[in-house]
Write a protein that binds this ligand. Structure first.
Ligand SMILES: Cc1cc2nc3c(=O)[nH]c(=O)nc-3n(C[C@H](O)[C@H](O)[C@H](O)COP(=O)(O)OP(=O)(O)OC[C@H]3O[C@@H](n4cnc5c(N)ncnc54)[C@H](O)[C@@H]3O)c2cc1C
Length: 488
């Protein structure tokens, strides 16, 4: 039996990001992935939101994605565009890039970090005991790990085998997504009907047609047939346009479900395995990658023995509300997509509201992930929020805050008197940086916030402590987040 500290089931975007995070923290991690490579049949995610680009920037790999895609304003709510170009972030935009491209970039990074991937086999079962998890693979091999993380998508075998409930809302609507040829001229563009939005567009080759359309009745399962597609086309457009030669056909729905718990002892869930919802607003891949960013350093510290297992409880406490919020906003977006006269009137009213500055900023910050606020108690507005990527002036040269996070190690940033902090008992874990910063501290939506002498930044870029020269609470914060002090 081969042993690893952590086994990840599923090498989609979430599993790949988590594998990289664990590898950066020197954890012996392995991935098990059903697919032979990162080919993604058909169309899934179409890009990245600003906060996801930021977290990739925190690891020094944002440019790998930016250079492959198209920078543009992508945030929106119920198809109402939300411009974030005035937000105080280096990445005040989104990126249009297909999921296959995104996965390929992640996979290349994971390869560089030398993470072993057991490809073309599946996790078929597991059993956990007090010391670890025995993981069964489809090729008859077994792996042993301290922890197993299910990043195995919406139908997660890991979630089901762990007996974790998946409550939520059944579909009210199903969609077909297809790439086809049509003998008649297709009705290109967007067409609303009483159930929601439909769209047809010519694909890059200029002849094939990409179709997304809702079905007249809710159907279960994602195996769709050409007859289903013809029926849906006739229901929406009154014609099937002579559809034939299907290269891709799949069904998705607005079902919204979330794992009741993200952890069952030594088994954890992240990404679609933990939450599924409609693609409205393009959020699923983005929050999966950010789940991985939140979990990675915490799991690494527990596995490496620097933090107690209770640190993992903060993963659920922080990420479950984010998933719940996404589920809720997708339900609202589906409702707003209906084309009956009353819903159209409601949509028009909301569009007017979102043209106003304050509502636009709030919704844009939510959809782009820039407003995430983990509840770390009362205090300075930065506590629990993303650390802005300030241009620092250290003893020599200049330095961006995000650069300090490239190795996924926490940072105690002292902007006050140089040498004013002593982190000796945590020096093996926490970088202490003395630097100057004279600009304003500005957050999306909140605007300028009071500058402080020091901040403690977690490896995921969220602020764990904000303080001044009295340093009140710093030892508690260091212990809570990075484990007890090392004896001298
Ligand atoms: C039509 C559509 C459009 C979308 N558009 C967007 C968008 O614009 N923006 C956005 O952010 N999101 C979008 N999404 C959602 C996005 O595709 C998912 O949220 C994202 O793929 C989740 O990543 P994941 O790694 O958690 O899961 P998945 O991508 O599902 O990856 C799971 C992986 O696990 C593997 N696997 C499964 N079971 C096993 C097993 N037992 N053993 C080993 N391997 C296993 C699978 O092969 C797969 O590689 C869209 C989805 C759809 C359907």
């Amino acid at each position: 039996m081969t042993e690893h500290a952590v086994v990840i089931a599923g090498g989609g975007p979430t599993g790949l990001m988590l594998a990289a995070e664990l590898a950066l923290a020197r954890v012996d991690v392995a991935l098990v992935e059903r697919r032979a490579d990162q080919k993604v049949p058909g169309r899934r995610a179409g890009g990245l939101h600003a906060r996801t680009i930021e977290v990739l920037d925190q690891r020094g790999i944002a440019d790998r994605f930016l250079s492959q895609g198209t920078i543009m304003q992508v945030a929106g709510f119920a198809m109402i565009s939300l411009d974030i170009s005035d937000f105080p972030t280096r990445h005040n935009y989104g990126l249009a890039l297909t999921q296959e491209h995104i996965e390929r970039v992640f996979a290349a990074w994971v390869d560089e970090l030398a993470v072993p991937i057991y490809r073309e086999r599946e996790v078929t079962g597991f059993a956990q005991d007090d010391a670890g998890v025995g993981v069964e693979l489809s090729d008859g091999r077994s792996l042993r790990a301290k922890y197993l993380v299910g990043c195995d998508g919406g139908r997660s075998l890991v979630r089901k085998t762990a007996g974790i409930d998946f409550p939520g809302w059944d579909p009210s609507l199903t969609y077909l997504i297809a790439e086809v040829l049509m003998t008649e001229e297709p009705a290109l563009g967007i067409r609303r009907n009483e159930r929601g939005i439909n769209a047809m567009r010519k694909l890059e080759d200029g002849t094939r047609v990409g179709v997304v359309l809702n079905e007249p009745h809710v159907r279960q399962g994602d195996t769709a047939t050409l007859d289903d597609l013809r029926e849906a086309l006739v229901a929406v457009y009154g014609s099937d346009f002579g559809v034939h030669d299907v290269t891709y056909l799949s069904r998705f729905s607005d079902a919204a479900r979330q794992a009741a718990s993200y952890r069952e002892r030594r088994v954890l869930l992240a990404g679609d395995a933990a939450h599924v919802h409609s693609p409205a607003g393009g959020q699923g891949l983005n929050i999966g990658v950010q789940d991985a960013m939140n979990l990675g350093w915490k799991l690494a510290q527990v596995v490496n023995g620097t933090s107690p297992e209770s640190l993992l409880d903060t993963y659920q406490a922080e990420r479950h509300p984010i998933g719940a919020r996404v589920l809720k906003n997708t339900l609202a977006q589906t409702a707003l997509g209906r084309g009956d006269e009353r819903t159209k009137a409601l949509h028009e009213n909301l569009s007017e509201l979102l043209e106003m500055d304050e509502p636009r900023k709030r919704y844009a910050a939510m959809m782009s992930g820039l407003d995430i606020h983990y509840d770390l108690g009362d205090g300075h507005p930065l506590l629990g929020r993303r650390m802005p990527d300030l241009d620092l002036v250290p003893a020599n040269g200049t330095l961006r805050v995000f650069t300090l996070l490239h190795d996924a190690r926490p940072v105690l940033l002292n902007l006050g008197e140089p040498g004013g902090f002593d982190n000796t008992p945590w020096a093996d874990r926490v970088q202490l940086i003395d630097a100057k910063y004279d600009g304003i501290w500005e957050l999306p939506v909140l605007g300028a916030v009071a500058a402080r002498a020091a901040v403690l930044i977690r490896p995921d870029g969220y602020v764990a402590w904000v303080g001044d020269r009295t340093q009140r609470g710093i030892h508690d914060a260091l212990t809570t987040w990075f484990g007890p002090p090392t004896a001298a």
